[in-house]
Design a protein around this ligand. Structure first.
Ligand SMILES: NC(=O)c1ccc[n+]([C@@H]2O[C@H](COP(=O)([O-])OP(=O)(O)OC[C@H]3O[C@@H](n4cnc5c(N)ncnc54)[C@H](O)[C@@H]3O)[C@@H](O)[C@H]2O)c1
Length: 352
């Protein structure tokens, strides 16, 4: 692998929402310098920072010798073409998610990067999201004992998605947009192969692309996971639930907000006690006896939006292993194929 001790000298290809985000974020990263930005829509280049080169054709940006790394932030269907051209130009690559439109495309991208000996990684920065990292700590530290269920859910109100994300031929749809993050997080958290996947994917109000999905994953280590996203839910929510034999953990929002709930004794078999609910008597779902449940804080984590780049930089300099690995990205894309197949056939798919 290339070993550079100077800065990440960056060219950003695709200067739309994410291209601008990268420039703003990387201003705070001491090991990076933005050399050039490129967008085939000249209006996007109007607010390029002073001293930064601008190009309308990405091939011209790739000719700039000073640039050692490119960030590819063009619409999804262009990731393959631009990544392979960047590899051939000898540039290290950070490509936006979803890495590619298919596993086959991704394999071509990886092959080009290997042949050209450049570092190729996908911007799965949500591995460093606070809510995810907190719940991953709960999982990794086995704070809840044996886990039986993990739920990750994201509900929004912007049912009609924006810009090119509503067009199938540009790689639109929520599976390619947020789905790939939520799946990547779950597969990174649960250290097990998968038995089966069952998925429901719908276009609730979008004509061409999916805007709702629910995926149920049965891992070989007995964990069941559920990922649900709805853009037209009208009850906004980002939350996690994790259930284990020694407690439950809840996380609300994208930050460090939630709790672990435990019971003073397991209620495996207790004499039936009838309580009245608004819908009649119940023995199993009445309120808990006072003092039975108690709460603990979730583990604390320190993460920064720049951690992805810190890792990429260290990997480039041989100081750390790259966190977002090609085989993991390939597994996520293969998983997404299985999700689509399950939704089409209405059947559970044997996965690994
Ligand atoms: N990692 C994340 O959290 C995250 C968040 C949002 C978007 N993304 C990804 O970033 C990528 C861009 O998404 P976006 O929301 O910024 O889209 P966007 O439409 O805001 O920006 C894309 C830009 O690419 C430009 N472009 C299109 N074709 C081009 C070409 N041939 N050469 C140069 N520029 C070209 C467009 O003019 C546009 O300005 C997508 O792959 C998306 O999935 C990632």
């Amino acid at each position: 692998m290339v070993n550079i001790m100077e800065k990440l000298k960056l060219g950003i290809i695709g200067y739309g929402f994410m291209g601008h985000e990268h420039v703003n974020a990387l201003e705070k990263f001491e090991n990076a310098e933005i050399i050039a930005v490129c967008d085939n829509n000249p209006q996007q280049l109007e607010d390029a920072k002073e001293g930064v080169l601008t190009f309308e054709d990405y091939r011209d940006l790739l000719n700039v010798e000073e640039i050692n790394t490119v960030i590819i932030a063009v619409p999804n269907t262009l990731h393959k073409e631009v990544s392979i051209a960047a590899a051939k130009a000898g540039k290290n690559i950070i490509c936006e998610k979803p890495a590619a439109m298919s596993v086959e495309e991704f394999d071509e991208m990886v092959k080009a990067a290997e042949e050209c000996k450049v570092l190729f990684s996908i911007h799965h920065q949500r591995r460093w999201d606070k809510d995810f990292r907190v719940m991953k700590e709960v999982y990794d530290q086995k704070l809840l004992g044996d886990i039986y269920l993990i739920k990750s859910q994201l509900y929004g109100v912007n049912g009609n998605m924006h810009d090119w994300h509503v067009f199938k031929e540009m790689g639109g749809g929520m599976l390619y947009d947020w789905g790939v993050h939520l799946i990547d997080q779950m597969l990174d958290m649960v250290d097990s192969k998968i038995d089966t996947i069952f998925a429901d994917v719908q276009n609730v109000i979008n004509k061409e692309v999916d805007d709702y999905f629910k995926i149920i994953i049965k891992f070989k280590n007995k964990v069941t996971a559920e990922i649900e996203l709805g853009t037209y839910y009208l009850v906004p929510d980002r939350s996690w639930f994790m259930g284990g034999k020694k407690g439950s953990a809840l996380s609300n929002g994208f930050g460090q907000n939630g709790k672990i709930v435990r019971t003073r004794h397991l209620l495996e078999n207790v004499p039936g006690k009838i309580t009245m609910s608004a819908s009649g008597p119940t023995r199993s779902f009445g309120p808990p006896e006072p003092g039975l449940l108690y709460e603990e804080e979730l583990p604390k984590v320190e993460v920064s939006a720049l951690d992805y780049f810190e890792n990429y930089w260290n990997a480039l300099n041989g100081k750390e292993e790259i966190v977002v690995k090609a085989d993991q990205v390939r597994r996520v894309l293969t998983f997404m194929d299985a999700v689509r197949k399950s939704a089409e056939t209405n059947e559970a798919i044997q996965f690994e």
